[in-house]
Ligand binder design. Structure first.
Ligand code: UDP
Length: 238
C-alpha cells in the first residue's frame, strides 16, 4: 500500500466547495463525493482535521457592505460554518467514518466545544475532527481559523482546496495566459498580494513555518494524491 507523507493534515475547505452547481447552499451529492474522498484518505491511516468556511451560505463582509453591523454579520457567518460542518459530518458518518464537530462558539446541543487537547485525542483515535465556527471571533476568516487550528493540533501541513490547480499569477478562470507557480515563499505570497488565503493566515503560517499546499479539489482523488506526496498544486513554505 502506498505510504502517506503526512500523518496529520488540516484540510481547509471553503464553503463554495459544498455548493456544486447551485448558486447557494449545500449540494448533497457534492458533500457525499467529498466524504468518499476523505474516507479513502482515512484508510491510509492519516489523521484528518478539517476547517470549513461558510461563504456558500453567508459572508459577514458582504452583509456589512450592505449596512449590517459587521460583528453581527460575522456571527451569522460563523453559524453558517457550523451548518456546513454538520452536513459533512453526516455524510462521513453515513460511510462509517467516525467524526467530531468541535465548535469555537458554544452550541453544546449541536457540537462539542473546541478543547485543544480533546481535539488531539480525537485525531489520535482516528476520528475526523471538523472545526466549526471559525476562530469564534468576528473580523476573522476561516483561513485564519485553519492556520490557528493547524498549529494548535500540530498538523504537518494545511491543504487548501480550491477550484483551480494551484496558485497563478493572475486569475486563470479569466486569463488564458495565467501562469501557475509550483512553489512560493510566504513572503512572495504577501508581497505579490496573491489571493490564496488572507494575509493574517499566511503570516501565521510563516511565523510557525507551516507549509500550505494549494490544490484543485474538483479533480477526483486529489486529496489522496497530495497526501501521498504527488506533486500537484502549489507548495507555499519558507
Ligand atoms: N467568520 C468570522 N470569524 C472567523 C471565521 C469566519 O467571523 O473566525 C465569518 C465571516 O463573516 C466569514 C464567514 O464566517 O465571512 C464565512 O467564513 P469564510 O468567509 O472564511 O468562508 P469561506 O470563504 O472559506 O467559504
Amino acid at each position: 500500500m502506498p505510504k502517506p507523507i503526512f500523518q496529520r493534515i488540516l484540510l481547509k475547505l471553503s464553503g463554495e466547495a459544498l455548493v456544486g452547481d447551485q448558486e447557494y447552499g449545500i449540494s448533497p451529492a457534492v458533500v457525499q463525493k467529498l466524504a468518499l474522498e476523505l474516507q479513502e484518505v482515512m484508510e491510509l491511516g492519516v489523521e484528518v482535521a478539517i476547517v470549513i468556511g461558510g461563504g456558500n451560505i453567508y459572508r459577514g463582509v458582504a452583509a456589512s457592505a450592505q449596512g449590517m453591523d459587521r460583528a453581527s454579520a460575522d456571527q451569522m457567518g460563523m453559524l453558517a460554518t457550523i451548518i456546513n460542518s454538520l452536513a459533512l459530518q453526516d455524510a462521513l458518518e453515513k460511510l462509517g467514518v467516525f467524526t467530531r464537530v468541535m465548535s469555537a462558539i458554544e452550541i453544546n446541543q449541536v457540537a462539542e466545544p473546541y478543547i485543544r487537547r480533546r481535539a488531539i485525542r480525537h485525531l489520535e483515535k482516528k476520528r475526523v475532527v471538523i472545526f466549526a465556527g471559525g476562530t469564534g471571533n468576528p473580523f476573522f476568516t476561516t483561513d485564519t481559523a485553519a492556520a490557528l487550528r493547524a498549529m494548535e493540533v500540530k498538523a504537518q501541513v494545511i491543504l487548501k482546496a480550491t477550484k483551480v490547480d494551484g496558485v497563478y499569477d493572475t486569475d486563470p478562470l479569466l486569463h488564458k495566459k495565467a501562469m501557475r507557480f509550483e512553489k512560493l515563499s510566504y513572503i512572495e505570497v504577501l508581497q505579490q498580494g496573491l489571493k490564496i488565503m488572507d494575509a493574517a493566515a499566511i503570516s501565521l503560517c510563516m511565523e510557525n513555518n507551516l507549509p500550505i499546499i494549494v490544490f484543485n479539489l474538483i479533480e477526483k482523488g486529489n486529496i489522496k494524491r497530495v497526501v501521498l506526496g504527488q506533486k500537484i498544486g502549489t507548495v507555499i513554505r519558507g
